[in-house]
Each structure stands twice: as C-alpha cells, then as structure tokens.
Design a binder for this molecule. Structure first.
Ligand code: BT5
Length: 325
C-alpha cells in the first residue's frame, strides 16, 4: 500500500464525514487528481467509499472482511506488517507464507486469510478455521537468532497475544507451553512455528497464529466444543477482528524486538508469570514417550524443565502436554 493510500484511508477514517478531493489533497500532500486515482484503487480493493458531488468522499466502515489496506492504515508497528498479503480462502496461511518467504517477502510480512481449508496444528492435526470467525494468519520472520529459536519465537508470540488479550479485553489469558494461549483452561489461540534452513543457518521462520475471535460455542465442531473458546465468548460483543489483530500485532512486535535485542531470558519472568503449567504436575508426550513431573521452569532456550519425584530435573525441548494436575 502506498503512503498516499494510507494517508487517504487514515484521513477519511479520522473525519467520519464527507471530505472533498481538494481538502484530502491538502491533508495528504497530493493533487485532487491523485486523490481521485487513489480512491478508485481503494474501491477496487474492497473499500466502500461513497462519493457525493460537491461534498466529496466518505469511508464506510461496514465491511466485515479483513482488508490489507485497512490493517496497514491502523498498525503502528515498524516490522510486523511491513507487507500485508490478505486472502479470502487459502489452504493454510503457513504454506502461503512459506512460498512468499522463499520468493523474498521481507521480515515482518503478514499473510492473513478469511478462511483456511487446510488449517493445521502440530503433527498434522487440524486447525478449525471457518470463514470470518477468527484471525488466521502467519508472520514471516527473518530474525538474527540461532537455529533452535523456533520455540522461543512461539513463546514470544504467545506472550504478546496473552498480554494483548488481557490489556485490551480484560481476558485472563495464560500461556500453555509450548504454543497455546488458554482462558480458564480452554484454547483461544494456537501457534504453529515452522523454520526453514539454508544449510545449517536459519533462513526464515513462519509463525502461524490462529485466534478464535467471533465464534460462539455452537460454532465449534463437537470434538473441540469443550476445549475451545473465543474472545467474544470471554469478553462479549463489541470488538472487530481488525481491532484484535492490531492489538495483537503490536504486542507481538514488542516481544519480538525485546527477544532480538535482549534475548529470551528477558522475557522469561513475564512468561513464567502467565504460564498455565509452572507449579503444576504435568504429563508430557515427547518423541521418547510420556514423561511426568512438576513443571518448575522454562530455560533460556524455551525448554520446559520438569522436576521428578526424586528431585532430578529433566529438560524438554519439544512435546505435547497431555495432562495437568
Ligand atoms: C496448534 O496446534 O494449536 C497450532 C494452530 C495454528 C493455527 C494457525 S492458523 C494460521 C496458521 N496456518 C495454519 O495452517 N496453522 C496456523 P496443536 O497444538 O497441534 O493443536 C491442535 C489442536 O487444537 C487440535 O487437535 C484441536 O484439538 C484443537 N483445535 C483445532 N482447532 C481449534 C480452534 N479453532 N480453537 C481451539 N482449538 C482448536
């Protein structure tokens, strides 16, 4: 989206009334002809902009669909959303993001879809991503981090999301290592981080994020109805998906920058404070079998530390927590 397009959208949104082409041109530093051309492009991209002769243009905010230009105009991030690719229906935004990253899409690119037909979780599990009910998106990150950084990136994103849900909507979100955000034990968000390597170096990472926003209990398929929740179920009506996306992207960027500048240990205190596992007896499925113990810490590489009955500590880098308490 060009700077002028952003300026036009922001000015129209800010005024909420009809604004003439001349006035828009003055605000945005463009000629009325340039403004008209930009408005024509924005309408083609799905914006509803009314024009009344003699009065000018007015932006209608009724569109329920997510729109890249609209998101860009509202974001105050500097890295995340550097490019925005918004789609109607895709298989998985992680696959689209991987293809775009291989094609050179920059650090921070956002790939978002209204609906995923093959939304996935870890180990090939399905992620329920029906049209317009949630935020299904992937971030392309090209961080200056070690190859094992995927876990810390997932946790940094989870921390940003949990913080945003709490601050913006008063939702007491907890982080369930390694990739879930829960509210009262129900999953509101799942994260699937996938890394691509060039030789032994990290080439890019795709952080795929699914957040249930507008769905009600009946909208979830029966197999997840008892374990899933949405922002609307927790905080009531009144928010749009773009509101949530903006809040979440800004919070994830804060953690991403903090992680890059100061390292994971800097995030650890906040993470432990929001962890749903630390202090609990847990059972974890790993490649090596089922491990049981008290979750006592997360180490500097994002691994979960369990303490066994005999006092010995075990470090788990990847796994699935299947039981708590
Ligand atoms: C995850 O896997 O939680 C990672 C989910 C990542 C989804 C995003 S959406 C954008 C991007 N594109 C993709 O294709 N994926 C990412 P995991 O920990 O394996 O959990 C999967 C389990 O969560 C499923 O087996 C269900 O039990 C449950 N589940 C599925 N859909 C859900 C939903 N909408 N809300 C809550 N739980 C769900």
């Amino acid at each position: 989206m060009s700077r002028l397009e952003v300026a036009v959208v922001v000015s129209l949104r800010g005024s909420g009334r009809y604004v003439t082409g001349e006035e828009l041109g003055r605000i945005c530093g463009a000629t009325p002809g340039e403004v008209r051309a930009v408005v024509r492009d924005l309408v083609k991209r799905g914006y509803t902009i009314d024009e009344v002769p003699g009065e000018g243009f007015r932006l209608k905010e009724t569109s329920p669909t997510l729109d890249g230009a609209d998101i860009r105009a509202r974001l105050s991030t500097t890295i995340l959303g550097s490019e925005i690719f918004a789609f109607g229906r895709v298989g998985s935004t992680n696959d689209v993001a991987t293809a775009l990253a291989r094609g050179g899409a920059p650090d921070g690119s956002l790939v978002i879809a209204e609906e995923q037909t093959k939304g996935r979780g870890r180990l090939g599990r399905r992620w329920h991503s029906p049209p317009s009910a949630g935020l299904w998106f992937s971030l392309i990150l090209k961080p200056d981090l070690s190859p094992e950084a995927s876990t810390t990136l997932s946790l940094a994103a989870a921390l940003g999301i949990a913080t945003a849900l709490d601050e913006a909507y008063g939702i007491p979100a907890r982080i369930k290592w390694p990739n879930d955000v829960l509210v009262h034990g129900r999953k509101i968000c799942g994260i699937l981080t996938e890394a691509e390597f060039l030789g032994r170096a990290l080439n890019f990472v795709v952080v795929g994020i699914g957040i249930n926003v507008l769905g009600g209990e009946a909208d979830f398929p029966s197999e997840i109805r008892d374990i899933a929740t949405s922002i609307r179920m927790e905080a009531g009506d009144g928010m749009t998906r773009s509101d949530v996306l903006v809040a979440v992207m800004e919070a994830i960027e804060r953690e991403y920058v903090r992680l890059g500048k100061r390292g994971f240990s800097e995030l650890k205190g906040d993470l432990l404070g929001k962890s749903s596992l630390v202090g609990e007896m847990v059972r974890v499925h790993t490649g090596g079998g089922l491990i049981e113990g008290m979750a006592v810490d997360i180490d500097d590489r994002g691994a979960l530390i369990l303490r066994h009955d005999d006092g010995s500590l075990e470090r788990i880098l990847a796994g699935d927590v299947v039981g708590v308490g």
